[in-house]
Design a protein around this ligand. Sequence first.
Ligand SMILES: [Zn+2]
Length: 58
Amino acid sequence: MKCWKTWAPLKQEIRAIEAALKRIEEGEYGYCVKCGAEIGQDRLDLIPWTPFCRDCAA
Ligand SMILES: [Zn+2]
């Protein structure tokens, strides 16, 4: 079914947003889950739910 493929990346994005909300609850939002570095504000403005800093996402 064609629309399933359209929805798949969106589902992934929703999961990332849910994970970000959980990190906000835990007070860990804004820090890279991989290396623990602070994620730059410019990057959070661009992708607010990103779990990775610029270095780890690259
Ligand atoms: Zn990192």
